[in-house]
Design a protein around this ligand. Structure first.
Ligand code: SF4
Length: 490
């Protein structure tokens, strides 16, 4: 009896003294009929991908039709002003995603303003930082992916892997999208880049490049979101990848697994994925889906069902690449709650958390490298090692680096310095590519007063100097690329 009493006494349970306490929580699909606009929506309608796509919210008028008087008038005005003056992405919210935001999702839950999913999927003007809404060195294509296109939409940055941007649209648009230069509709402040080649020609050129470059073994099939590609076209592209001997890993990027799980539950998608997984397994190739979930509230029973359905087709894995965002998931508790919801309840492997990239108007979302390092430290030891996500910084002209890999760090000015151990696709003749130090910038609002003052004095100059330097570097890389006389390069 004594031993039993001790084992159930919380005061002696090691878990009770820990900074994080694990508690298993069942997933919940919030009741959509609580919202005025969806009072009469049936389960059959809700679980239909077609119904979800048709009823996406694309503007404030439609948002008001869903929430009505549950939201104050100033909230709608705040959203409208953001769309006009700051938003780099247009509004596109499937009901599934909107339904994971308050109000009244849970008793005593946060207000719409404080809701973590709302904070990044439905930005408001009053969220944005005022003095520094953009870092002076922010840029539209902050990772310089287009400079590294080998054919239009095919980025060859790392030695053995490529990113194939098949299409420029998604079923949902995230406020912080790193590919805001290309993805989605133009907004009042951002005129989007358009692909110039016809889709069929771009995809053919990608396949030709991969056939001609056997050093590439891994293809991230992305966009946009592959859930917006007609299934027949996507299956055909992946089937062609599976015929290329050197391709061993195929990763399909789809936030829709969370934002529109109904898509991945459709019969034609499930049947098609089963065919692809069968071929992949026979050839020893790994197909995985990489999704993008930033908060545990987004992990609902339908997300778990879609994931299980995809795993049952025979694909290798479903993994999550989240983004660290202030006010969304910038605490170890929120991150661990998310990772356990993914791992325990939905069979999704926590994998990466990226730092938010230096795109325009993203300063209020971004964290400093030091904060990311602290979060990495704080989540260690709770999850299994294989499911402990790495915090990574995507350093311009370098690529993903674990946040503890930096060479040097000026924490007053918020400048970290990084090196790399491979040449990107545009540096074959650059003698300094492996010895140069590359910079990444913390959000200025996180810096001490001295650092903020320095940026007030130097921000404009540095921005101009950096832009000029990048133009010069890009010109010399272009010349090098032309000299390389690659027959399939554009
Ligand atoms: S799903 Fe991905 S590509 Fe699409 S808007 Fe969101 S972050 Fe951008």
């Amino acid at each position: 009896m004594h031993g039993l009493a001790l084992s159930t006494d919380l005061s002696t349970d090691p878990g009770s003294e820990q900074p994080y306490r694990y508690t298993r929580r069942p997933l919940v699909e919030p009741d959509w009929t609580r919202l005025p606009g969806w009072r009469d929506v049936t389960v059959v309608e809700w679980e239909s991908a077609q119904w979800q796509r048709v009823h996406c919210v694309k503007n404030v008028r439609q948002l008001r039709a869903v929430y009505g008087d549950l939201l104050p008038a100033e909230f709608y005005t705040d959203v409208e002003r953001d769309q006009q003056e700051r938003a780099t992405m247009s509004m596109l919210l499937p009901p599934q995603m909107l339904n994971t935001m308050v109000p009244d999702r849970v008793p005593d839950g946060p207000s719409m303003y404080a809701d973590p999913v709302r904070r990044y999927m439905l930005p408001v003007f009053s969220d944005r930082a005022t003095e520094w809404s953009s870092h002076p060195n922010a840029s539209r294509d902050s990772l310089h992916e287009q400079e590294m296109w080998k054919v239009e939409g095919l980025t060859h940055r790392y030695p053995t892997k490529v990113l194939a941007e098949l299409l420029p649209t998604c079923p949902q648009y995230c406020g912080h999208c790193t590919r805001m230069d290309l993805v989605g509709n133009s907004t009042p402040v951002i005129d989007k880049l358009k692909f110039s080649l016809k889709p069929v020609n771009r995809l053919d050129a990608m396949i030709d490049y991969l056939r001609a470059n056997p050093g590439v073994r891994d293809v991230v099939v992305s966009g946009g979101d592959v859930a917006n590609m007609p299934w027949r076209n996507l299956e055909s592209f992946i089937a062609r990848l599976l015929e290329i001997e050197n391709i061993r890993d195929i990763r399909l990027a789809s936030k829709a697994l969370m934002g529109l799980p109904q898509h991945w539950l459709q019969d034609d998608v499930v049947d098609g994925m089963t065919r692809l997984a069968g071929v992949a397994n026979a050839r020893g190739v790994h197909i995985a889906i990489h999704t993008h979930v930033n908060h545990a509230n987004s992990v609902t029973p339908l997300v778990a069902k879609a994931t299980k359905t995809m795993l049952d087709t025979g694909i290798r894995d479903v993994r999550n690449q989240g983004v660290l965002l202030r006010g969304v998931n910038d605490s170890s508790t929120t991150l661990l709650d998310l990772c356990f919801a993914l791992l325990d309840e939905a069979a999704i492997m926590p994998y990466y958390f990226y730092m938010c990239d230096m795109i325009p108007n993203s300063e209020h979302w971004r964290l400093s490298v030091a904060q990311a390092q602290q979060l990495q430290h704080a989540i260690m030891g709770y999850l299994p090692g294989f499911a402990t996500p790495r915090m990574v910084c995507d350093v311009p002209y370098v690529g993903k680096r674990w946040v503890n890999q930096l060479e040097a760090y000026d924490q007053v000015r918020g400048i970290s310095y990084w090196t790399k151990n491979y040449r990107t696709g545009i540096e074959s003749t650059d003698p300094e590519a492996l010895s140069r130090r590359y910079e990444y910038y913390d959000p200025i609002l996180t810096l001490p007063a001295e650092g903020q003052q320095w940026w007030r004095r130097h921000g404009g100059d540095l921005e101009a100097a950096t832009a000029a330097g990048h133009e010069q570097a890009a010109a010399s890389r272009d010349a090098a690329r032309r000299q390389a006389a690659d027959p399939v390069s554009v």
